[in-house]
Design a protein around this ligand. Structure first.
Ligand SMILES: [Zn+2]
Length: 88
């Protein structure tokens, strides 16, 4: 009995996690993150052969970050924190 329960847990580890779903249109697959006032700064190093490699991303977001439904564009910013926690 105990073994079976272990297997179930392994197969569906996120069974109880609530998916973010647009309350207006029901979309739960397509989302937009929009950042205001972004300064894009990317550091590059030039290699021996003259080519460049990206060294780091020092971009700064100065404004607000909004989170929208990708289907109906409803403002879902209240879910943004959860979105960040689930972002891998
Ligand atoms: Zn929607």
């Amino acid at each position: 009995m105990e073994l079976i329960r272990e297997n179930e847990r392994r197969q569906a580890p996120r069974k109880n996690v609530m998916r973010i779903k647009c309350p207006r249109c029901g979309n739960d697959g397509d989302f937009l993150e929009v950042a205001d006032g972004v300064v894009l700064t990317t550091r590059y190093v030039q290699n021996e052969d003259g080519s460049f490699s990206q060294e780091g991303d020092e971009s700064q977001i100065l404004g607000e970050i909004k989170f929208y439904c990708g289907e109906c564009n409803a403002d879902l910013t209240e879910f943004h924190q959860r979105f960040l926690e689930m972002l891998f």
